[in-house]
Design a protein around this ligand. Structure first.
Ligand code: HEM
Ligand code: SF4
Ligand code: SF4
Length: 706
């Protein structure tokens, strides 16, 4: 560090107007994504929330500043409580409901563990949704962050599927709707010979093996989620993965509170032949029931595929331009490793030296991982690192020229470095001249991140006559590039290279921390006070009793939100009147058609294949005829399944009925003869309101009413 003494602060003001010299607009700071203004407005809401909470809670205690970590701790609680549940849960379609219901009889052991399992999963969903919303509004998804985006969305999908299969395991009416919705979706795919929906027609028909498969999927998916999360943070240095102690205590207390106040309960037992008109359900996971209960399989797939494609590709279609990348000028690198230590995105590695200089290694930027924050620019004392299109040396020269020009004109100025992602947004700075109508007497440079501001730039600007330097960026804990604000403060405090010299740091001519998070008028007022030599200090940390009270209130609020959304009513579509369901799985008869080949046909065949007669074997379609009170209501043909067209024919037909007594006739024909009905049944039956009668048929059991 240079120890060149600073010019004393002796300023003579003159009325001579200053014509600021121009600076070509830096290309790298144009918005990188579409709808930038709209997203910034959304971000503002979070900034207001953080500012409101910040009056009572320190950054470390604000869960909305650590959403990823809170989600992961919640997932850890869900995993542990899920493993404990195996002590009481019976994973069979016949025993599941009773075993889960019995947990409620031990509210402080099994019941508490079950409720904790539910609410920790809900908390994970809540905080992931907030996390995703913040990421979108803060525009932190482009460029190298695509991997975090894609794995985040995949993780969210997996988490939802874990919850969806989890609620299946209770085997109550909610599970019934989940099973039917899943069947509707899966039966569109040609993967099951026997449609899955057939397993859910009657209580006896529910497939125990399928239930067990769902249980295993529920247990195995968390492993997939773990892999997705590992990839999610793999491009981050020092990811904030788990919550700190105060937040962990706060989260656990909130979860125990909601578990005791509103213990998890079952809905009514699943009855496949009855429709439940409404029930309370956990909207954090079961909201899609509103669609799966109403849309057909094709529409559900269309929604899933189109929605998935739009969401996964979001970073690409929102991108407006390629972000500039950092690079290293190897000849200037003395292998100090500081940029490697500082990069928050693991984009810099130290590799063997290539230019013969007497250093064992050199820094190298991987452009595929660089998010263009510019933090490494301020790490290097020899200007070995720089950002494409935002070169440190030309910018420094321009800044110095601005300052010099103003000083020579007798109107020295202050200099503000404003983060383009936050404080620079509403200042209305002219990038060519550095002037800003709201801040006369200042020259303002928008920078990619406050972590870009090099200590030597600060010193040189002051030495060239700037009255003071202010650096304004994101609020503590919400730096757009994770660590830029922290490194800047550490450089000012002299504990991280490249350090600001103590003489400058203590001169009172540099203002940083109290400006964090200030925007618009508030920022201008603070800067005016600084320029007027008033002391500007950051708000004092909230007092301890206030912190405890605020954390309690926030915990209660989060518990209330979790508990309410987990138990909101849902109006299921139900059955309009009553319903008759007819289902069979039956092979059509095979018939053989033989004919004699003509001499020409025989001639056309190779000698070894010449036979006088050829026979085709074909399986007949199975036909179904249903009439109600003597009137035909259904005539259907069901072709054989399988790629060779030689499997069973399968039918599941829902026929709306008016409640009351009806005479039903069902006939099944399985040969090529359209007049032959091999199997018939007729019966007079009562049809209940909002209930269905199911008639099944197969060769072994024949017709059976349910
Ligand atoms: C599946 C559940 C998820 C968990 C547990 C999770 C957790 C995390 C954690 C712990 C971090 C590191 C935070 C830090 O150290 O700065 C992070 C970063 C990130 N997450 Fe997630 N996340 C999840 C889902 C998502 C989703 C759905 C999205 C997309 C909207 C997303 C987008 C991102 C991005 C882009 C980053 C990088 C932020 C940056 O570069 O500054 N995450 N996540
Ligand atoms: S900070 Fe500069 S000198 Fe140090 S490793 Fe990085 S490029 Fe090389
Ligand atoms: S600009 Fe530098 S610090 Fe930022 S991601 Fe790229 S290499 Fe890392």
């Amino acid at each position: 560090m240079t120890a060149e003494p600073l010019e004393p602060l002796r300023v003579e003001r003159s009325a001579k107007p200053v014509t600021p010299i121009t600076l070509a607009p830096p290309t790298s700071l144009e918005p990188g994504v579409r709808a930038d203004g709209l997203l910034r407005r959304g971000e503002r809401l979070f900034q207001l929330l953080d500012a409101a909470l910040g009056r009572f809670l320190p950054v470390a205690w604000n869960p909305f500043l650590h959403t990823g970590a809170v989600a992961i701790t919640s997932l850890a609680v869900a995993t542990v409580s899920g493993i404990l549940l195996l002590l009481w849960y019976q994973p069979s379609v016949h025993g599941a409901y009773a075993s889960v219901a019995a947990m409620g009889e031990a509210p402080l052991t099994a019941g508490l563990v079950r409720s904790l399992h539910r609410y920790s999963s809900d908390a994970a969903m809540l905080f992931i949704l907030v996390h995703a919303l913040r990421i979108v509004f803060e525009r932190r998804f482009g460029g190298a962050r695509w991997l975090a985006w894609v794995t985040g969305i995949a993780g969210l999908g997996l988490l939802w599927l874990i919850g969806w299969t989890g609620y299946w395991l209770v085997w109550d009416v909610r599970a019934q709707h989940i099973a039917l919705g899943s069947a509707r979706l899966l039966d569109v795919l040609p993967i099951f010979v026997d449609p899955m929906g057939r397993s859910f027609l009657t209580d006896e028909g529910v497939n125990s093996l399928l239930f067990f498969v769902v249980f295993f999927i529920h247990m195995l998916l968390p492993l997939g989620l773990a892999v997705a999360l590992w990839l999610h943070i793999t491009r981050l240095s020092r990811p904030r993965f788990l919550t700190n102690r105060p937040l962990t205590v706060w989260l656990l207390a909130s979860l125990v509170l909601v578990s005791l106040a509103s213990p998890a309960t079952n809905a009514a037992r699943a009855r496949m032949t009855e429709a439940s008109p409404g029930f309370a359900m956990d909207w954090w996971y079961l909201a899609p029931l509103a669609l799966t209960d109403r849309l057909g399989g094709g529409a559900l797939w269309a929604l899933l595929l189109v929605g998935g494609a739009i969401t996964f590709s979001f970073p690409w279609w929102m991108r407006r331009r390629r972000l500039p990348k950092a690079f290293v000028t190897t000849s200037r690198c003395n292998a100090c490793r500081q940029c490697f230590e500082d990069c928050p995105y693991n984009a810099i590695s130290m590799v063997p030296r290539t230019d013969g200089k007497p250093f064992p290694e050199q820094a190298e930027v991987d452009p595929a991982k660089c998010v263009s924050c510019g933090i490494c620019i301020a790490s290097c004392s020899t200007i070995g690192t720089d950002l494409e299109g935002f070169g440190l040396t030309p910018l420094r020269r321009r800044l110095e020229a601005w300052v010099r020009e103003a000083t020579e004109a007798g109107s020295p100025v202050h200099v503000l470095f404003a983060c383009a992602e936050s404080s620079a947004d509403d200042l209305g700075v002219d990038p060519e001249t550095g002037t800003c109508a709201a801040l006369p007497g200042w020259r303002v440079l928008a920078v990619p991140c406050t972590g870009w501001v090099h200590s030597l730039t600060v010193e040189r600007v002051l030495r060239r006559g700037a009255l003071g330097v202010a650096i304004a960026g994101c609020a503590a804990g919400s730096c757009h590039f994770r660590e830029g604000d922290e490194w800047l403060l550490q450089r000012l405090a002299g504990v991280r290279a490249v350090e600001v010299s103590p003489e400058v740091a203590e001169s009172g001519r540099v203002l940083i921390a109290p400006l964090a998070g200030l925007r618009g008028r508030a920022l201008v007022r603070a800067l005016e006070r600084f320029a007027g030599r008033e002391t500007v200090v950051a708000a004092p940390p909230p007092r301890r009793p206030l912190v405890a009270a605020a954390a309690t209130v926030l915990g209660l609020a989060v518990a209330a939100v979790l508990g309410t959304v987990a138990d909101l009513g849902y109006a299921a579509p139900g059955i309009d009147g009553s319903e008759l369901v007819v289902s069979f799985k039956h092979p059509g008869a095979v018939s053989e058609h033989c004919r004699t080949l003509s001499p020409e046909e025989l001639e056309a065949l190779p000698v070894h294949m010449r036979r006088p007669e050829v026979c085709d074997r074909a399986r007949a379609d199975v036909r179904l005829h249903v009439s109600v009170d003597g009137k035909p209501v259904l005539d259907g043909r069901y072709p054989p399944s399988g790629i060779w067209g030689d499997g069973n024919s399968v039918a599941v037909e829902h026929i709306p009925m008016t409640p009351g007594e009806h005479h039903v006739t069902v006939a099944i024909g399985d040969t090529h003869d359209p007049e032959a009905w091999a199997f018939q049944i007729e019966e007079t039956l009562g049809f209940g309101e909002n209930a269905r009668r199911v008639l099944t048929f197969d060769r072994l059991a024949g017709f059976r009413w349910h």
